[in-house]
Design a protein around this ligand. Structure first.
Ligand SMILES: [Zn+2]
Length: 287
């Protein structure tokens, strides 16, 4: 499952390649699962729209779209009008989803559910073997823009972060994985963040001190930003926007290092299960 840094890396990669491009034609597959908005409607709505920008919100990739697709005028918008965002195409990669920028001639991967032909000659493709990914179209003249339910771990401020956990009885690890509190923090970065902050995963979220919470906020941001800088971790079969396998393996401190010595103190890394997820920590460095 791609985590925040992978999604951020993919969103940036796609943005760099398709920003300003125009969707000429959209084709969607026949499997129902990946389409939160019916495939036929997406195909119709996306046609002739300009891609204003692509960015990440939580673990979603949001394609901001311009152009006025009202069924009457499918002309290219006049100069100066084309940067107004009127719609969004929202991509959730699920477990195995990939968003690829390619050319129309590139061999079609099995399980390709969407192809957007672009004016530049490129093609944007959504491939997802297990079909847990989701594609949604939103008309911003009728609905609010997409915003994840949780706060963004990369930008959240100290007070707001502390407020998220106040009075909560669940384990801090479980709280970190709760997407309605913080958006996009998955198992790897929760474990790594807690290690760097020196906090045991089973501590009650509401009982962490202000100082500990601030350490945790900074640790999470650090570990996420580091992974983004390095192009995302390649633990899963993550591929970047051009379909190139991730070149980097984040050197995890605790994640999946059960039984190995802690890099800080040499004690053995332990594995427990919290909120149904494998959880790795050092009982000496984390209190
Ligand atoms: Zn240690």
């Amino acid at each position: 499952m791609p985590e925040l840094p992978e999604v951020e890396t993919i969103a940036r990669g796609v943005d760099a390649r398709v920003r300003g491009d125009r969707i000429v034609e959209a084709w969607f597959g026949t499997h129902r699962e990946p389409f939160k908005t019916p495939a036929a409607r997406q195909a119709d709505e996306l046609r002739e729209r300009q891609i204003v920008a692509v960015h990440r919100t939580g673990k979603h990739i949001v394609v901001e779209l311009g152009g006025n697709n009202d069924g009457h005028s499918r002309k290219k918008p006049a100069l100066g009008q084309d940067s107004a965002i009127t719609a969004q195409w929202i991509v959730h990669l699920g477990m195995t989803g990939r968003l690829l920028v390619t050319t129309p001639e590139a061999p079609l991967a099995k399980h390709t559910h969407a192809r957007l032909r672009l004016a530049s000659g490129r093609e944007l493709r959504f491939v997802d073997p297990r079909r847990f990914g989701r594609l949604e179209f939103r008309d911003l003249r009728k609905r609010q823009g997409f915003s994840g339910p949780g706060a963004e771990p990369l930008v959240i401020e100290q007070a707001e972060f502390a407020e998220l956990f106040r009075g909560r009885k669940l384990a801090i690890k479980a709280a970190l994985l709760n997407q309605s509190l913080l958006a996009g923090v998955g198992n790897i970065y929760a474990d790594e963040g807690l290690f760097r902050a020196g906090i045991r995963p089973r501590r009650r979220a509401g009982q962490l001190t202000r100082v500990e919470l601030e350490k945790l906020r900074r640790a999470l941001r650090e570990v996420l930003e580091r992974a983004i800088r390095l192009g995302g971790s390649s633990v899963s079969d993550y591929l970047d926007a051009e379909g190139v396998r991730g070149f980097f393996q984040l050197e995890h401190c605790v994640y999946q290092r059960t039984g190995e010595p802690c890099i800080q103190c040499g004690h053995t890394i332990k594995r427990i299960v919290v909120a149904g997820r494998s959880t790795h920590y050092c009982s000496h460095c984390q209190r």
